[in-house]
Design a protein around this ligand. Sequence first.
Ligand code: NAD
Length: 257
Amino acid sequence: MGTISADFSGETVVVTGGSSGIGRAVALGFGDAGATVINADVRADAKDADAETPTHEAVEERGGTAAFVETDVSEPSQIESVIEGAREFGGVDVMVNNAGVHRSLEFLEVEPEDFDFVHGVNLRGAFFGTQLAAKDMIDRGVEGAIVNTSSTTAERAEWNHSHYAATKGGIQMLTRSAALELDGHGIRVNAVAPGPIATEIREGWADEARGAIEESDGLPSRAGTPADLRDAYLYLASEGAGYVTGETVWVDGGSSL
Ligand code: NAD
C-alpha cells in the first residue's frame, strides 16, 4: 500500500489529552508534519508503558517544536488560557479536542458524580474547546479546522458504557451543530470515532480490549493502536478535507459492520 504525506509547517495545533494514547500519537503526527504542537493535558507524563519521554519532549527529539500546558479541559477558563497562550506561536490553526475519561459502570450503578466527571471532561471539554478555538480563529481571521474525538459508542450501545456513550453521542451532534454554524467563518469541524484501541484510558483496558477481541470471531480482527488513528486526524485537519465538515470518520477495524 502507498503512503500519503502531510505538511503543517507554520501551523499551530492544540491537542487536548496529548500526553497518552491516541492524543500522543496525533500530537507526534502533527509534530512530524512540521506543526508547532501544544499538548494540553492534566498530566505531562504518558500512561503508555512504551513512552519514555513526555509528548512535547518526544516531538522536539524528533526535530519538531512543542509545548506542554497543564490543563483541565472540564474548566473552560483553562482551555481559554491555552488558546490565548497559543498566540505566542502564531495562534491556533487546528484544535483537536481529544481528552477523555472512562469509568466502566452498569447503567443502574452510575452516580451523579460519575456522570458529571465523565461529561465534564469528554463533552463539556470538547464543547468549549470547539467554541473557544472557533472564537479565537474568528478574531484572528483564520479559517481553521477542529477535530473532536468521538467513539463508536456514539451510535452503538455497549454494556457498562451508558454515561460515556452519552458524551460521545453528544460530541457527534456538537460536531454537526458547530460545523453548521461555523461554516460561514471558513471553520470546519469534524470528528474521529475510534473503535477499541489498546490504551490505558482506564487501568487494564489495553489488555481487556486485546483479550475480548481474541475471543470473538467477528470484527475487528485485532485491537487498534493509537498510530492507527493518527492519519485520520491529519487528513480532517488538512486542505485535502476542505469539502468535509460535520463528519465523523470511523476508524474501528470494521467493528461497526
Ligand atoms: P488515554 O487515557 O491514553 O488518553 C487520554 C488523555 O486525556 C490522557 O493523557 C489523560 O491524562 C488526558 N486527560 C484526562 N482527563 C483530562 C482533563 N480533564 N483535561 C485534560 N486532559 C485530560 O486514553 P485514549 O484511549 O487515548 O483516549 C483518547 C480519546 O479517545 C478519549 O476521548 C477517548 O474517549 C477516545 N476513545 C478511546 C477509545 C479506546 O478504546 N481507547 C475508543 C473510542 C474513543
